[in-house]
Design a protein around this ligand. Structure first.
Ligand code: GLU
Length: 298
């Protein structure tokens, strides 16, 4: 029964949930939702945060708000509604969950859309407090920043036109034009380890999708979790070709050396109970993505 009630609860927007939980802290499970049924928020905004030795958290407290870097064009993961401006998706909710654990509600969050190529610099510059957006943990990125997590694992795949019969894996890319995003691990890997006819790069994957649908590129390569979101939106136009050919471990990008914040987020993930599964079931499972919550790195 508990799980059923949680899943009923996530039918509300996360913003509404945070409002509900903020109004009802101390009485979890007792908040009426709009239909009048009892529901249960996935998390409460913390009121008694005790986080020492985190310069990033100190800056959040000082400005009374948190600034989070995200994506805005990745269905299921990080989306911004162009009309309402509302943000949604698995990554966005992971970002909200972290903010709530630090004592910040939706009104105190500022989202900044940052493309793949600019993530490390935004963190190094202090433009954002943390980044949640299909951000693979890699050694070269860890020279500049730290990561909490991983909180999700996927793998690099290929997106092609639904009627494409020729491309069934990265070995079939000879003579083909492949689109990906500047500064991403999949673009680097397809160039380093495979032999596509040509590669073109854009700032965002949605720009690549437009090129694929227009027929000006033959394939898109990035993480399957991202590609599955585009297929779910346009199943008549797009399909995933073949099997994943890398391991992409998603982390929360953090300022280098803020070990206290990294440990805080890792503890949240480890002790988070049903939250991860509820978010996965809401945002990723509907696109046919499977997976379990990974253990965080030591
Ligand atoms: N996970 C890969 C990366 O971090 C690809 C997705 C992205 O560009 O955000 O580069």
């Amino acid at each position: 029964m508990r799980k059923t009630r949680i899943l009923a609860g996530i039918g509300l927007t996360a913003a509404a949930l945070l409002t509900l939980s903020a109004c009802n802290s101390g009485t979890p499970g007792a908040s009426p939702d709009e239909s009048g049924d009892a529901t249960e928020a996935l998390w409460e905004v913390a009121t008694d945060v005790d986080l020492a030795d985190s310069p990033t958290y100190d800056a959040m407290v000082e400005r009374d708000g948190v600034i989070i870097g995200v994506k805005n064009d990745q269905p299921g993961l990080g989306i911004e509604d162009p009309v309402s401006g509302e943000r949604s998706g698995f990554d966005v909710d992971i970002a909200r969950w972290i903010a709530a654990s630090l004592g910040f509600d939706e009104d105190q969050i500022e989202y900044v859309t940052i493309p793949s190529a600019n993530r490390e610099q935004a963190i190094v510059n202090g433009d954002i407090d943390y980044y949640v957006g299909t951000y693979s943990i890699t050694d070269s990125r860890m020279e500049q920043i730290d990561f909490a997590g991983p909180y999700f694992i996927t793998g690099q795949g290929l997106l092609v036109a639904a009627d494409d019969e020729e491309i069934n894996g990265p070995e079939d890319l000879a003579g083909k034009i492949v689109c990906s995003v500047t500064g991403s691990t999949p673009l680097q890997r397809i160039r380093d380890e495979y032999n596509p006819g040509d590669t073109v790069e854009y700032d965002t994957y949605s720009q690549c999708v437009e090129q694929l649908v227009a027929g000006s590129v033959d394939a898109i390569t990035t993480d399957e979790a991202i590609l599955a979101g585009y297929v779910a939106e346009r199943p008549d136009d797009l399909k995933i070709a073949g099997e994943p050919f890398s391991e992409e471990r998603y982390g929360v990008g953090l300022p280098k050396g803020d070990t206290a914040l990294k440990d805080w987020i890792n503890t949240l993930f480890t002790d988070g109970g049903d939250v991860w599964t509820a978010l996965f079931d809401q945002h990723l499972a509907p696109a046919g993505i499977s997976g379990d919550q990974p253990a965080v790195d030591e």
